[in-house]
Design a protein around this ligand. Structure first.
Ligand code: URA
Length: 216
């Protein structure tokens, strides 16, 4: 189903007009010295997107977690493993996707010796949308998959709600089409096994729309 939405979000299409980079490698190099917000101060690495520069599917998460921050690669921790399994079950090859995040630095709070995920605020998301927009401008994907609320707000603004709009592919002029779904880490937080499995199957169902939309 392709929904037409009168989107007015401050998504990245407004932001990338001034990126000089002509390739993703150049953009990645530029991003390494990013100080657009303060998150660079405490992070180990900037975690840029990765995947083929010919990818027609772009998956957008929230921000790197602890493992991703250390490895400097997106979605390599527990949420990434679950995402991989669900993509496989949905018949989508991760290797043909470009995987990135709305926010490129890990935001966390120390609890004892542990670094616990902290949600990026609206200003951090907005500033980092510049990079996401530049990635999308270079990739020109057929479909972007927004994984969770932060990706949705970065791409589409605050009028789109994950739980209301999930499973829908939203179209707005001048922007790539966006499939809205949950973030895989939401599944990791569910303790009750039946509920967890039900939610996982619903996520796989959302991801199957990628294949249908792209006629894979
Ligand atoms: N969660 C995200 O949103 N992105 C990652 O890269 C890892 C976990």
């Amino acid at each position: 189903m392709l929904d037409r939405f009168p989107l007015t979000g401050t998504g990245p299409s407004l932001a990338y007009e001034h990126a000089d980079a002509e390739t993703l490698d150049e953009l990645r190099d530029d991003a390494r010295s990013c100080t657009r917000c303060d998150l660079y101060r405490n992070a180990t690495h900037l975690v840029f997107g990765e995947g083929p520069d010919t990818a027609d599917i772009v998956l957008v998460g929230e921000q790197p977690g602890d493992k991703e921050d250390l490895a400097a690669r997106p979605f390599v921790g527990p949420a990434g493993r679950l995402l991989d399994q669900c993509l496989e079950e949905a018949g989508v090859d991760r290797d043909r996707c470009y995987v990135t995040n709305a926010v490129k630095h890990f935001k966390y709070q120390m609890r004892g010796k542990k670094r616990l995920h902290a949600r990026p605020n609206a200003g951090e998301v907005q500033r980092c949308a510049w990079w996401l927009g530049a990635e999308l401008e270079l990739l020109k994907p057929k479909l972007v998959v927004a994984l969770g609320a932060t990706a949705v707000s970065s791409l589409l603004g605050s009028k789109v709600k994950v739980m209301r709009d999930r499973g829908h592919i939203l179209h707005s002029p001048g922007k790539p089409d966006v499939l809205v779904t949950i973030h895989p880490s939401a599944l990791l937080r569910i303790r009750e096994q039946d509920e967890k499995e039900k939610s996982r199957l619903a996520f796989v169902r959302d991801l199957k729309k990628i294949r249908r939309f792209l006629r894979l």
